[in-house]
Design a protein around this ligand. Structure first.
Ligand code: ACM
Length: 452
């Protein structure tokens, strides 16, 4: 970059050159004007984001750029706390600004069902609402005694998909099954194994899971059909994580069989199954893509088994985990996960690695404002991990970050200040439960025993 402004306010000449990488671009700003050449419309879009990041006084500069990974993702959990459509759109805008290109939308869980499905009205009239919400970590057993809920209509979801597509973001939907299904079972007890109670109010994993009767599998297929009708994504998430088997007459092999049936059904619609790394137990269906989350080991297991993998190890990329040990951090949970920890994450070197994603579980995020606090600036670090070459330098990133944060200020993003939480960021009444890394690693080792 050479100092000195290019022509301020000058319009941008754009064109597409298929000789460039599809998501790549070349941006040339000099006193005669600004030229942006993209390998495709996506490349032009990313060049425009770079221009936005350069600010109003564009310097004389030539940038030749393309991403390292195809999957540059974020998962947002809208089940634990519902987020209204405008919040989702704002979030998409923010991730696209960082050249991230996948929004994995976690649409259902024990604590809420968020997608309208034709023929199954109680999923949303009952399953989208819980009578009360836990505040803070489970160990404290504090509840707010206020209802919470909401859901997306088909129109809402279509508008989200379309808004995202215009920003070159693919929305990958997830309906978690056969566990994490208490909200659906609260709506239709015949899907369960005798449970007849409300949508779950506390965090943690419900033992009330789907029965695997033929009618219940038909229900799952109907839900997936509807999901396929709305979301053009080739990959369709079926979750598959943390499914207790104690309500079933058999063990884990029943889930393996269930997952295979769902994969077959999706294949019939020209789609591929996307699931958490638990689907590797007993063998995941051919062609399934694995979201490897239980520490760093499952990504290696998925690769050895020949599956494409999206890396999202909790101890590196779970943005609900606390950002510092400052006592003012809101509801501190998980292991310590600093900006530098995220920046230093390096996915395994394998052509089967599609990329990486940060996961934002929202048990302790009751609003988009809170999501922004937990997401930024750690998501800025992830954006570089998945876009830039591996020879990254945290000192260099740290030197550039304050300039970038001024853009986030302009956008009104409630990012966590680099100096630590402000008094108003605290979440009094919602205490956390911080964990140590050695404790968590030991737990993960035990949790993944069936993959070894
Ligand atoms: C997960 O964190 N249960 C995927």
């Amino acid at each position: 970059m050479t100092p000195g402004p290019a022509l301020a306010g000058e319009s941008v000449t754009t064109r597409i050159d298929p000789a460039l990488a599809p998501e790549g671009y070349v941006l040339t700003c000099d006193p005669s004007g600004i030229e942006l050449v993209g390998g495709s419309a996506a490349g032009v879009f990313y060049g425009r984001q770079t221009l936005r990041q350069l600010g109003p006084d564009v310097p004389c500069v030539r940038v030749e750029d393309s991403p390292r990974f195809a999957w540059r993702g974020v998962m947002l959990d809208v089940a634990r706390h519902f987020m209204p459509v405008p919040d989702i759109l704002r979030f998409i805008d923010l991730i696209a600004f960082h050249k991230l290109n996948v929004l994995h939308l976690h649409l259902t869980d024990d604590q809420g069902w968020r997608i309208e499905v034709p023929g199954w009205p109680r999923l949303t009239s009952v399953g989208a609402w819980r009578p009360s919400t836990m505040l803070g970590a489970r160990v404290h057993e504090i509840y707010d005694d206020r209802p919470h809920g909401g859901f997306y209509t088909t129109e809402d979801l279509r508008s989200i998909v379309e808004f995202a597509a215009r920003r070159h973001v693919t929305v990958v939907p997830e309906v978690d099954m056969p566990g994490h299904m208490q909200a659906a079972i609260a709506a239709y007890p015949r899907l369960g194994n005798g449970f007849d109670g409300p949508v779950r109010t506390g965090w943690g994993i419900s033992h009330h899971v789907l029965n695997l009767a033929p009618e219940t599998l038909d229900f799952c297929r109907q839900v997936l059909d509807h999901v396929c009708d709305i979301f053009p994504s080739e990959l369709i998430g079926i979750g598959g994580d943390e499914c207790p088997t104690d309500e079933w007459p058999g063990g884990r092999e029943l889930q393996t069989e269930f997952t295979a049936r769902m994969a077959d059904h999706l294949a019939g619609r020209g789609r591929r199954l996307y699931g958490w790394d638990e689907i590797l137990a007993g063998g995941a269906p051919a062609g399934a893509v694995v979201a490897a989350w239980r520490g760093v080991e499952p990504a290696e297991v998925a690769i050895r088994a020949g599956h494409q993998v999206v890396c999202c190890p909790d101890v590196k990329l779970y943005l609900d985990y606390r950002q510092s040990d400052d006592p003012g951090e809101p509801s501190p949970v998980g292991t310590l996960l600093t900006l530098e920890d995220v920046y230093s994450y390096e996915p395994p070197a394998s052509p089967l690695v599609l990329g990486a994603q940060a996961n934002i579980w929202t048990e302790h995020m009751e609003s988009l404002r809170r999501v922004e606090y937990m997401a930024f600036p750690r998501l800025c670090a992830l954006a570089e991990v998945v876009w830039s070459p591996p020879d990254r330098d945290f000192a260099d990133f740290s030197a550039r970050l304050p300039g970038h944060l001024t853009h986030l200020d302009t956008l009104g993003v409630n990012y966590r200040p680099l100096t630590g939480p402000r008094p108003e960021d605290a979440r009094p009444g919602a205490p956390g439960n911080p964990r140590t890394l050695p404790d968590r690693l030991a737990e993960l080792h035990e949790m993944t025993a069936d993959l070894r």
